[in-house]
Design a protein around this ligand. Structure first.
Ligand code: NA7
Length: 857
């Protein structure tokens, strides 16, 4: 047995270099690194084909963890080419003095976990082994090339080159007849370069791709100096951006802008550089096919403008996938290359490649004479590098067996059954849509924090629980299915570029801010969802979320939404109003705008009248907003939908808000509104004998109080009360308050701030008119439906109220919505499962409505 180490790091690219530095120099661990390459650089050591360069700007596509490194390195181009990126990584390796931690030209052949010693045995291709407590896999996710799918490679008399294993000495293509297979990001970079050198180039294209200009240019001395001096500012915001670069915020919807305006936006970002076209144009491009069609058509138009021969242009126009559902490529002169006399485009979709011959390539239609064939056919992405290392976990389970149906990895970084293994940038992590160096730094920092935690706690193992892994898999798949990405047939995002590979959720496409918020919460909950020393920790709140809800929170983060508890009053009010952006398009319905007499004078109310035979049941609905925010406007869409679906008149009255008008103003207004509705709704076709009081959030608190006042203050008689996640008692001490103390979305601090503003005098908390659970008796109240959200600090006080009602003999039903958060009633446009709230309300009310309508017998 060879040497024993604290950690083995596999890979010396961006991830491995930083991992060694972090673990060795900051944690003081004994770290042994390995890499199959001859030196540091990872993907940039291998991919030396002409035209290879990054497509996030180099100032962003580089380490951010070290002030010195950022200050001292000068990029010569906006998007650096491979030699410069490799030189940068070599320079970093020297500056951090990490080369000596690595054994290069050494491939890992086996990684076997031993439960007895709680160590990995690491085998290398020199036949030796060593052991380590932890293994940090920094093998990358695009580092195992796809095998050619056609025969004859050995027979071909010319040279076969892979872009991903390009000869170090370079290749002289002068005077050669060259073929390129592959028009992904790699092909699109290499093709223009080859065309410039070769006597003739034949591009064998199976699927056209949407490419947009890279916008590269040299960085002059002034710009370089400015970037070095302002790197903190330049970096600021990167991690708040969906893709992890400080790009302009997008407009909300491509469909909301008229065509001329949209064209201007696309013109502006076409060529502005890298991924801006994807991320800074419109927020719904990846979510709405109709929105995506607008940019897809724009890009096809640009191809037709740039390519002279109309037949070639049509062949280059993608038609089988929405834009950016395959990894978006960026180009320099790609389309103009097809205007050259020495370049031909061959469609191998209609006439597939059959074989290589002694002298060239045979398709179903023709034979092409070639001296050199370049394969830019892609990678066994995300899982391939890990599955090629012979990983064997607990009880002899191989990783290949575990992932036979697709990858399973909690946060993309840990695998149940494979303790103490960190799969940096692994499948189901955010890396595919997150500027890699920053995604890598996040993962290394996470692994380092976990290792430190295990060592400090004296435990032996760290691995995800099976439940956490399964929950994360569902989250990944759910978020992926909200995007258009699954619509691309054969993309590596879905594992679908490799024949026989399971089509599954290989990437978490929720964006950097959401992924970061989730992983930060995992760390903050002492690694929720992981088992440390065999002791499983509960899954933290954000991982419990319905995927659509998670995506909403992610988009809020991208849009710079502040946590509610940090908002000023004005900001809170604006935040609540902005709920309308998450709502479905409002249904068409007759609305009567009127006023009602409140104790403080006339106030507005809206009466929503469905197109149905009267007299109709009536629902009085109080809007949400923590007693300090909200309006008739924010509840307009839900009230329309309620009226339409229930076939009931819905009345939405305005009420006074705190802190301007604290307790009891809101309850006085809402109770007055309820009475006014009972007295007057017959004029609008309503049946006051079938009257329901309903509210959302603070509005639900007011509804619960109104139900008590109706009982105690002489009516009206109510058929039911419907309370959507009501805050019931500011002093309640509940498990949900502890578990969801930080939200998601509504935190305990935010809720407390709202209660305080409403109560004015804290002594008011003991009044049942504020805290309805404090009533001396709950008997005789209207039947109640209480809907709660699983991930909501107010959940348990609401459910306790339901139980107390039932104990007092009130028919009360409590339903908890799994994976939901406070406010979800307003997310009908983006959270499909918000429907369940309407369904539950309908199921509860319809029997009451028909019972109340039938003659008393
Ligand atoms: P990609 O994006 O997977 O592209 C591979 C290309 O090769 C793509 O055009 C494929 O066409 C084509 N291909 C693969 N197999 C064949 C066969 N058998 N016949 C014809 N054409 C074939 O890989 P890249 O290297 O370009 O990019 C990978 C990532 O590296 C990139 O996203 C960056 O993150 C860096 P298909 O679409 O399958 O019809």
């Amino acid at each position: 047995m060879g040497s024993d180490h604290d950690v083995v790091v596999i890979g010396a690219g961006f991830a491995g270099l930083y991992a060694v530095h972090k673990l060795r120099d900051e944690l003081g661990l004994d770290v042994q690194g390995f890499d199959a390459a001859g030196g540091p650089g990872g993907t940039w050591w291998w991919n030396r084909y002409p035209g290879a360069r990054c497509d996030f700007e180099s100032v962003h596509y580089s380490y951010s963890f070290s002030d010195e490194l950022q200050r001292e390195w000068r990029w010569s181009e906006r998007f650096a080419a491979q030699p410069e990126i490799l030189a940068y990584l070599e320079w970093v390796a020297d500056r951090l003095d990490v080369r000596k931690a690595f054994r290069f030209s050494m491939r890992i052949t086996s990684l076997v976990w031993d439960d007895g010693t709680e160590r990995w045995t690491v085998g290398t291709d020199d036949g030796k082994t060593c052991t380590a407590r932890f293994v940090v896999s920094a093998v990358g996710n695009l580092s195992v090339a796809k095998e050619p799918e056609f025969p004859g490679v050995d027979r071909f008399g010319g040279q076969v080159l892979r872009t991903s294993a390009w000869p170090h000495e370079g290749v002289d293509l002068t005077g050669k007849r060259v073929g390129v297979i592959g028009t992904g990001s790699t092909g699109i970079q290499v093709i223009p370069e080859v065309a410039r050198q070769a006597a003739h180039l034949t591009v064998f294209q199976r699927t056209p791709n949407f490419a947009a200009p890279l916008g590269n240019h040299p960085i002059d001395e002034d710009e370089a100096r400015w970037l070095a001096e302002n790197h903190e500012e330049v970096r600021a915001g990167s991690r708040e951006n969906f893709l992890g670069a400080p790009y302009e915020a997008p407009r909300p919807s491509a469909l909301a802008d008229p065509p001329e305006e949209r064209r201007k936006v696309y013109d502006e970002f076409y060529g502005k550089g890298g991924f801006r076209l994807v991320i800074s144009t419109y927020q719904d491009l990846l979510f709405s096919k109709e929105a995506n069609d607008t940019i897809a058509e724009y890009l096809r138009e640009r191809i037709r403008e740039r390519v002279e021969d109309p037949r070639t242009a049509e062949l280059l126009c993608p038609d089988d996938h929405p834009y950016a559902t395959k990894r978006a490529p960026f180009e320099t002169d790609y389309y103009e290359t097809f205007n050259r006399d020495n370049v031909d485009l061959v469609d191998v979709r209609s006439a597939p490649i059959e074989t290589l011959t002694e002298t060239g390539l045979q398709t179903a239609a023709d034979h092409y004479e070639l001296d050199v064939l370049i394969l830019a056919t892609g990678f066994d992405a995300m899982t391939g590098p890990l599955l090629h290392m012979g990983v064997v976990g607990r009880d002899g389970l191989t990783l290949n067996e575990k992932w036979a149906q697709g990858p399973k990895a909690y946060l993309g970084i840990g695998v149940h059954g494979f303790p103490n293994l960190f799969t940096l940038t692994g499948p189901q992590s955010a890396v595919a849509l997150y500027n890699n160096p920053l995604a890598i730094e996040d993962h290394v920092d996470f692994a380092a924090a976990a290792i430190r935690r295990v060592l400090d706690g004296g435990a032996g193992t760290f691995e995800p629980t099976e439940e956490a892994e399964r929950t994360w898999g569902a989250m990944t798949e759910g978020v992926l299915n909200m995007t258009l990405i699954p619509q691309a047939k054969n993309s590596w995002y879905m594992g679908a570029n490799i024949p026989g590979k399971p089509r599954a959720a290989f990437i978490f496409p929720g964006g950097a801010p959401l992924y970061r918020a989730i992983t930060q919460e995992v760390v903050g909950t002492d690694f929720g969802g992981f088992a440390i020393g065999g002791e499983g920790r509960p899954i933290p709140p954000m991982v419990q979320l319905d995927p659509a809800v998670a995506l909403v929170l992610g988009l809020m983060l991208v849009n710079g939404a502040k946590p509610l508890e940090e908002c000023t009053l004005e900001e809170t009010r604006a935040a609540v109003e902005s709920f309308t952006m998450l709502q479905a398009p409002p249904r068409d319905l007759r609305i009567v705008r009127t006023t009602f007499p409140s104790p403080a004078g006339e106030r507005e109310a809206r009466i929503y009248v469905p197109d149905a035979e009267g007299p109709l049941p009536v629902v009085v609905f109080f809007h949400p907003g923590g007693w300090i925010a909200g309006s008739l406007e924010v509840s307009d869409e839900p009230c329309r939908t309620l009226a339409d679906e229930l076939g009931a008149i819905v009345v939405s009255p305005d009420y006074r808000l705190a802190p301007e008008d604290p307790f009891p103003a809101a309850t006085d207004d809402t109770f007055a509104a309820l009475r006014w509705v009972a007295d007057t709704i017959a004029e609008h076709g309503g049946d006051p004998s079938r009257l329901v009081v309903m509210g959302e959030s603070a509005g639900a608190n007011l509804a619960a109080v109104a139900a008590q006042r109706a009982r105690d203050e002489g009516g009206p008689q109510l058929a039911a009360q419907v309370l959507l996640y009501p805050p019931i008692d500011p002093q309640a001490d509940t498990a949900s308050k502890r578990e969801y103390v930080n939200g998601p979305f509504l935190s305990v601090a935010a809720a407390e701030g709202m209660w305080n503003a409403y109560l004015g005098d804290p002594a008011n908390a003991s009044s049942p008119l504020a805290s309805p659970a404090r009533a001396s008796s709950l008997a005789g109240l209207a039947p109640a439906l209480i809907l709660t959200a699983q991930c909501d600090p107010t959940r348990d006080e609401a459910e306790d109220y339901g139980r107390a009602l039932a104990a007092a003999g009130v028919p009360a039903e409590v339903r908890r919505m799994s994976g939901m958060i406070h406010g979800v009633f307003n997310m009908s446009g983006i959270v499909p499962r918000s429907r369940e709230l309407y369904d539950a309300v309908g199921e509860f009310l319809q029997p009451l409505f028909s019972r109340a309508a039938s003659p008393v017998g």
